[in-house]
Design a protein around this ligand. Structure first.
Ligand code: G16
Length: 542
């Protein structure tokens, strides 16, 4: 039986870079999750009788919100819900399930790489029928609705048993609990040469994958150990835990330090990788080499034709604006399109749907392709393995040859986390005010060529997204980019992206921070980072 429950709106339900992310106690406030879910449904048209996919990364509060979402979907008129067993669906798997079963859309419960637990982060994101995150016009409508909502609809029904596959009736709606891994594993097998990877591994090539006690554990166990034959134990931390074992499930050099150290040791395995809370990010570390996400995008694009799923070549490459220009050089050589979008995977959706881009990537450890409409951590790992199997060279050799061919884009991101929001906002405002005066100004050997606040004109739907990051481009191709994170949940996070292009192979073995030292100093001088944030150094350097 459907109930209409009166509620009061909350003013802070504005989706960020990727859905609504808040601390668990915020989501536990009366009707907070219900309001947001009803605001999603109220912003959509035509889902009567259609399918909704629901799943999450298994973090604390996942199961509770899944039960609410199921009962609300029934009350709002969906015909069917597909939900992952245990409430689990990695973000890329959810995207695939939406596409495969022609669902109307999906609700993905995750705060990605942010920590989980009773006082940590939770998130709700809506994905549309192409399997990708809702575009801005939809998230804007959801936010607008959340500010005026006065009731939500829910059926009175017992909780669905999420732990066994099978179908149940909730009022007039069918709920099917599905295997969260099977469809995704089959998709991966259709894209990559599993025989070649199996042979590589059988020949003694050692792979280690850190699932960071997050959602990719079951996926990586099935694919890397079971289907590709890596020995038991190759997948570490494979049980998804509600608090990720107390760690940040963020695959970067800070939070995946142990993996990094393993890969730098003299007896290191051949290939190391990790993925994040919800399985869409990746970290790639070859024996003795960390491959930056920007370089990984360029190297994957340059070699993708070695995998069966991409043997016909790529239509184009897309990267977010702060991602380094390494991929641009590959696109140029291949004679294919390159697209520069704002941060946020949602901006790739139109390019993928229109067939303009095949592979996309972001500096924030996200890479993916037109196989789904989300970035995909395991996909990147498998494409690397396929390339390694085909080229019979190490990751280090592949990287060296790549730089020798295209030049090297030294690249680093400096994050200042939990900065006072007012200080961060005024830093950005002050930078914006300076932009017009910067071109022509010199800082030591560096002279500013152009400076702007990035605006994106979507070539497909013609929408315009303004204020997407401040770029300062220097003569010779170096640049500094500043933006505030749209995924943090406490204070503000200032991200500073620093890049320098080095064509000379004799200078491809420098330490990245040293290679960028002059730009790092200028980045501070122009934005007055230390003075305005009160921080002597970044919280995280990647
Ligand atoms: C989300 C988006 C990504 C984006 C990243 C960084 O990632 O899906 O497309 O690059 O945020 O966002 P920000 O710099 O605003 O923190 P995820 O993995 O958190 O979903």
């Amino acid at each position: 039986m459907t109930r209409t429950v009166s509620t009061n709106p909350y003013s802070d339900q504005k989706p960020g870079t990727s859905g609504l992310r808040k601390k668990v106690p915020v989501f536990q406030q009366k009707n907070y999750a219900e309001n947001f879910i009803q605001s999603i449904f109220d912003s959509l048209d035509g889902f009567e009788g259609q399918t909704l996919v629901i799943g999450g990364d298994g973090r604390y509060y996942n199961r509770e919100v899944i039960q609410k979402a199921i009962k609300m979907a029934a009350a709002n008129g969906f015909g069917r819900v597909l939900v992952g067993r245990g409430g689990i669906l990695s973000t890329p798997a959810a995207s695939h399930v939406i596409r495969k079963y022609k669902a109307f859309g999906g609700i993905v419960l995750s705060a990605s790489h942010n920590p989980g637990g009773p006082t940590e982060d939770f998130g709700i994101k809506y994905n549309v029928g192409n399997g990708g995150p809702a575009p801005e016009k939809v998230t804007d409508a959801i936010f607008a609705r959340s500010k005026t909502i006065d009731s939500y609809r829910i059926v009175d029904a017992p909780d669905v048993n999420l732990d066994a596959e099978g179908s149940h009736q909730v009022d007039d709606m069918t709920v099917t609990v599905i295997d969260p891994v099977a469809d995704y594993a089959e998709l991966m097998e259709s894209l990559f040469d599993f025989d070649a990877i199996r042979k590589l591994i059988a020949g003694g090539f050692r792979v280690v994958f850190d699932a960071m006690s997050a959602v990719t554990g079951p996926y990586a166990k099935e694919i890397i150990e079971k289907r590709l034959g890596a020995p038991k134990g190759s997948v570490m931390n494979f049980i998804p835990l509600p608090d990720f074992g107390g760690h940040h499930p963020d695959p970067n050099l800070v939070h995946a330090r142990a993996l990094y150290e393993t890969m730098m040791a003299p007896d290191a395995p051949d290939f190391g990788a990790a993925s994040d809370g919800d399985g869409d990010r990746n970290l790639i570390i070859g024996k003795s080499i960390f491959v930056t996400p920007s370089d990984s995008l360029a190297m994957l694009a340059a070699n993708a034709h070695l995998a069966p799923g991409y043997a016909k070549g790529l239509a184009g490459i897309a990267r977010s604006m702060p991602t380094s220009g390494a991929a641009d050089r590959v696109a140029e050589k291949l004679g294919i399109g390159i697209y520069e979008t704002p941060t946020g995977w949602k901006f790739f959706g139109n390019l993928l749907d229109e067939g303009l881009a095949t592979i996309c990537g972001e500096e924030s450890a996200g890479t993916g392709s037109n196989h789904v409409r989300e970035k995909d951590g395991l996909w990147a790992v498998l494409l690397w393995l396929n390339i390694l199997a085909a080229r019979k060279e190490s990751a280090l050799e592949i990287a060296r040859k790549h730089w020798a061919t295209y030049g090297r884009n030294y690249y680093s991101r400096h994050d200042y986390e939990e900065v006072d929001s007012d200080a961060a906002n005024s830093l950005i405002t002050a930078l914006r005010d300076k932009l017009a005066a910067l071109p022509g100004t010199s800082f030591g050997a560096l002279t500013v060529d152009t400076a702007d606040d990035f605006s994106y004109h979507d070539p497909v739907d013609k929408s315009v997204s303004k204020n997407q990051g401040i770029r300062i481009l220097f003569k010779g191709g170096s640049r500094v980019v500043y933006r505030l994170s749209g995924t943090g949940t406490s204070g503000a996070t200032l991200r500073v992206y620093i890049e320098r292009y080095e064509p000379d192979p004799a200078r491809h073995d420098l330490d990245t921070q040293e290679a960028l030292a002059d730009l790092i100093a200028v980045a501070d001088e122009i934005a007055e980072i230390k003075a305005r944030t009160g921080r002597d150094q970044p919280s995280v350097i990647t």
